[in-house]
Design a protein around this ligand. Structure first.
Ligand code: ADP
Ligand code: ZN
Ligand code: ZN
Length: 687
């Protein structure tokens, strides 16, 4: 008899592990195909004791195929799946199968054989190309990584040489052990093609990527190369944390503060946190982990303060690259609908005339976030969501950014018939249009008209469109680039001397208490785009500047930003969080519920809360009242949540683990009638 994990639905009543008749004992992690209902599915052999599910069917069915052609998934992979399933309160089968490439799940043994034959022959490992000699600070970081015996938090501004440390850390690991592998996680690969190029230049064919931009076939191929040990460096996004790497010895998490590391579906795992766990599981084998950022998450910063992580600083930007000076523009001194204050406009014109580039950050795509009637107050709300429809002028559409609903702009106000509907507020499309108008009389140094580019989810719909746009900025074909937070990512634009945040105030006054942390990171990251090329900057007359238009110039966030003082900002934020008992000083979990009627969701959460009375850990866990989510309605579904909080992670975990079976069992009770979905989110990021 053999235990096999199969893809049982998230909250199915089936146990995680089903029993099948096996040919002989198979090691855990062996891939097999087994019958499940009327289908045949991919499964993972699991010998560890798990809670047995109810018997399925009268008689045991046999395993259909054992994939001898592939080595079993490594032990640490199985251990990671086991940890994640417990910690994030999901079934083992769901976590294990979701961690495998979708294309693998669709294969049978014959197809697998053909895929394997098409893989390139393992070539003798080429020694990595050598990098530049490291600075003293970089060498200190590299040595710390080798000796720390705990996760290293590499803290350094954009351009301080973090990536070079990652590259040489990988090279060292690969040289020390002819089979060793390294895993490098990044938030976003498409936006940072230069990073991939740098890894390829250093490690050549030994690098494979794993991210959502690949076709399913490519992804499978890369996954197989990693699993077979042929790929030595895996560069990937969040899901790559699940890559099967038989000899993993180094994990890098770049931009570790980035929220995209947290999955928003299924197990809702944090790839950053799982990276730390995975390295820990492999600590006896000498696996290291380094988290890098210019603005670490407060969780990681606090872990370093307490000594759980070792912080290593890279204090200077390489090659004397300049740190931008902060220029605050008080919007209260300008008319309410000011898009660009005159001083900022002048500064942009000045840059363009000199052949320099400007980068304008506005975190809203579309033309205007809402269309409104000045007479009766009607606003363009989404019929399915508690959100406004965004005006997209070029497409002449109102679009919901949450459910995708789109409709033509009404000719007249649906409320009162007024034909004078006005777009309210500003989006990237409007800013680009505005710049076209105000820069129309300006010519570039080469006599051509000024070119204004836009980078957001609308203009970067395909990878090709994105690459074209980035290429144009690189070549200097674009003088002013407008965009959402996409523009702040790792692009290496050489000629930018001015970065401006057009309207960051939303984040300053948002209900989400993590918003200031994100804003600080975003602004500092955006600022990091400017002045990267010291030689170029030295030749210019204009200063390297970060402009911020705001109605709250005295906000303490800006004082810290002006000093480029992340430690000061973090200290202030942590003091506030400590006083208010918020993460990282407490641990949180959310129970989310969705229903057609808000009352159904709220009532079910209230029932769920009652079920905790006698559970282990209850005395140490605070339960808050069920509340509607900030965005209560999305795509016609009402959403509510219940927050749980505890200073003790074990107490919270114990409660969740004991609670879950009751919630599953409650599915058929009257309380659950009308409930569409529920899910637990451990360490939630936003709510
Ligand atoms: P970060 O990842 O912190 O943004 P990078 O590693 O990309 O920093 O370094 C910034 C720039 O400095 C890059 O162009 C890189 O090639 C260069 N660089 C990094 N380390 C060195 C070094 N030791 N010697 C020379 N150039 C370096
Ligand atoms: Zn009206
Ligand atoms: Zn909608």
């Amino acid at each position: 008899m053999v235990g096999v994990l199969v893809p049982t639905p998230a909250h199915s009543a089936l146990g995680a592990c089903l029993s099948y008749l096996g040919p002989r004992p198979l090691p855990s992690g062996t891939l097999v195909r087994v019958p499940l209902g009327h289908r045949t599915v991919l499964g993972v052999v699991w010998n560890a004791a798990v809670d047995p599910g109810p018997a399925v069917g009268p008689a045991l069915r046999p395993v259909q195929e054992v994939w001898h052609a592939l080595p079993p998934l490594p032990q640490d992979w199985c251990a990671l799946v086991d940890f994640a399933a417990r910690y994030y309160q999901r079934s083992l089968g769901e976590v294990a199968l979701a961690a495998l490439p979708p294309a693998l799940r669709a294969l049978d043994a014959n197809q697998l054989q053909r895929r394997l034959q098409r893989l390139p022959q393992a070539s003798p490992a080429q020694p990595p190309a050598s990098g530049p000699p490291l600075t003293d600070d970089q060498r200190r970081a590299l040595d710390a990584l080798a000796t720390a015996g705990r996760p290293v938090l590499l803290f350094g501004a954009t351009g301080s040489g973090k990536t070079e440390v990652y590259l040489q850390a990988c090279a060292r690991v690969l040289q020390d052990d002819p089979a060793a592998q390294a895993l490098v996680l990044v938030p976003e690969i498409n936006l940072t093609p230069q990073l991939e190029e740098r890894f390829r230049a250093r490690f050549g064919e030994a690098v494979v990527t794993l991210h959502s931009g690949l076709t399913p076939a490519q992804r499978l191929r890369h996954w197989l190369l990693a699993h077979l040990g042929q790929a030595r460096v895996v560069l990937g996004t969040r899901t790559a944390v699940w890559a099967s790497l038989p000899r993993l010895r180094l994990i890098v998490v770049d931009e570790e503060h980035d929220p995209s590391y947290k999955s928003q579906e299924g197990a809702r795992y944090s790839a950053r946190d799982l990276a730390v766990v995975r390295a820990h599981l492999l600590s006896a084998q000498g696996c290291r982990v380094v988290l890098g950022s210019a603005t670490p998450s407060l969780e990681s910063w606090y872990a370093a303060e307490r000594g759980r992580y070792l912080r290593v600083d890279l204090p200077d930007r390489m090659g004397g690259a300049v740190r931008p000076t902060l220029r605050l523009l008080d919007l209260r001194q300008h008319p309410r609908d000011t898009l660009l204050a005159p001083a900022l406009l002048q500064a942009i014109q000045h840059r363009v005339a000199q052949g320099e580039q400007a980068l304008l950050l506005l975190n809203r795509r579309g033309y205007a976030p809402v269309v409104a009637c000045g007479d009766c107050g009607w606003k363009s709300g989404c019929p399915h969501c508690s959100a406004y429809l965004v005006y997209h002028k070029a497409q002449r559409l109102l679009r919901c950014h949450h459910c995708g609903h789109a409709q033509a702009v009404p000719r007249a106000c649906p409320g009162c018939g007024n034909v004078d509907l006005a777009p309210l507020g500003r989006g990237t499309e409007r800013l680009q249009e505005h710049l076209h108008t105000v820069l129309a009389n300006l010519t570039r140094a080469d006599g051509n008209p000024v070119r204004i580019g836009r980078l957001d989810a609308d203009t970067a719909r395909t990878p090709q469109a994105l690459q074209e746009l980035l290429g144009a900025v690189h070549r200097g074909d674009i003088d002013v680039l407008v965009g959402t937070q996409m523009v702040a990512k790792g692009h290496d634009f050489r000629r930018i001397t001015l970065v401006a945040a057009i309207n960051p105030d939303d984040a300053l006054f948002a209900a989400d208490w993590r918003a200031p942390e994100r804003l600080f990171a975003l602004l500092l990251q955006a600022a990091g785009r400017a002045g990267r090329d010291a030689a170029f900057v030295a030749d210019r007359r204009s200063a390297v500047e970060l402009w911020v238009q705001t109605t709250a110039p005295h906000h303490p966030l800006f004082a810290a930003l002006a000093r480029h003082d992340y430690p000061g900002f973090a200290a202030q934020q942590l003091a506030e969080r400590c006083k208010a008992s918020m993460p990282p000083f407490v641990h949180q979990a959310l129970l989310r519920a969705e229903a057609r009627q808000l009352d159904t969701a709220l009532a079910w959460l209230a029932w769920a809360a009652q079920q905790t009375q006698d559970l282990p850990g209850r005395a140490q866990v605070t339960l808050y009242a069920p509340v509607p989510m900030t965005m209560v309605r999305v795509a016609g579904v009402e959403r509510a949540q219940l927050l749980l909080e505890s200073a003790s992670r074990p107490a919270l975990q114990a409660l969740l683990a004991a609670w879950l079976p009751r919630l599953h069992a409650g599915r058929s009770l009257p309380q659950a009638r009308g409930l569409l979905r529920w899910a637990i989110d451990v360490d939630p990021l936003g709510y």
